[in-house]
Design a binder for this molecule. Structure first.
Ligand SMILES: Nc1ncnc2c1ncn2[C@@H]1O[C@H](COP(=O)(O)OP(=O)(O)O)[C@@H](O)[C@H]1O
Ligand SMILES: [Mg+2]
Length: 246
């Protein structure tokens, strides 16, 4: 079956959306073991926080979950299908995942409206539809009055909300966010978290959010704690916490 045919199949409901199976990632020819034998699943529609000290492997893990990187051992599965053998990862990412980063990654010379359209260029929308959709998304994140502003003319909180609108450009099933409130003051951070709550509740978006902050984890349905590249504590759906690392 081709990947396009696989995409067109009805989505199985009981499968996890994402699964990490015995995933390890080393760097520098094995000198750095950033992740060691990590396994967990994320169900469709869940809101999961990933916490852990700096250097514990959180960003490495998020990059693997988002198919931006490949495990050294083990595999990431999406809806039961391994990402290892897929030849269309660019298309998979563009259609399925929205990324939000700590430092926004907006293009400085483009307006908010133009930044949000960037992921749409690969898709089917014509110019007019792209602009309309970008306007709707900027309205959704509370920035309908900032359409023509370049990033430098926006507050950092507004920049992050533009980045979130851009992450939603292709109606992704899930958002992967790496310390999304790390550069924001507490007020702007709370606005971003309110927005995540709405996306989760009203649109059913699956959220995986890396954070240092307890206030982010408090909003999530469950938390996975990472230490030294291993899962330290794993909170299951329903709340029970399992200690994993020895
Ligand atoms: N590209 C890389 N090359 C070498 N080492 C890396 C690379 N990326 C991350 N590391 C190392 O892997 C470990 C985990 O890093 P990272 O996933 O960025 O942690 P966190 O996001 O939790 O701060 C750290 O020791 C870091 O120095
Ligand atoms: Mg990191």
């Amino acid at each position: 079956m081709s990947d396009a045919e696989a995409d067109a199949r009805p989505r199985p409901r009981l499968l996890p959306l994402l699964e990490a199976r015995a995933v390890s990632r080393t760097y520098d020819d094995g000198a750095v073991r950033a992740l060691k034998d990590v396994s967990f699943t994320i169900a469709p529609g869940e809101y999961v926080a990933i916490m852990g000290p700096s250097g514990s492997g959180k960003s490495t893990l998020l990059n693997l979950l988002g198919a931006l990187d490949h495990p050294s051992e083990g595999e990431i599965r999406f809806e039961g299908q391994s990402l290892c053998g897929r030849t269309d990862l660019d298309r998979f990412r563009a259609r399925t995942i929205g990324f939000v980063f700590q430092s926004f990654h907006l293009l400085p010379t483009l307006t908010a409206l133009e930044n949000v359209q960037i992921p749409m260029f690969e898709g089917p929308l014509d110019r007019r539809s792209r602009v309309r959709k970008a306007e709707e998304l900027l309205c959704l994140v509370g920035l309908s009055h900032r359409l023509k502003h370049v990033p430098q003319k926006l507050s950092v909180g507004e920049r992050q909300r533009v980045a979130i609108a851009r992450a939603l450009a292709n109606d992704p099933l899930m958002l992967l966010a790496d310390e999304p409130t790390g550069n924001l003051d507490s007020r702007a951070g709370a606005d971003v978290l309110d927005l995540f709550d709405r996306l989760h509740r009203e649109r059913g978006v699956t959220l995986v959010v890396i954070t240092h902050g307890a206030e982010v984890a408090a909003r999530a349905e469950r938390t996975i704690w990472i230490r030294d590249g291993q899962i330290d504590l794993l909170q299951m759906p329903g709340g029970a916490v399992t200690r994993c690392a020895v």
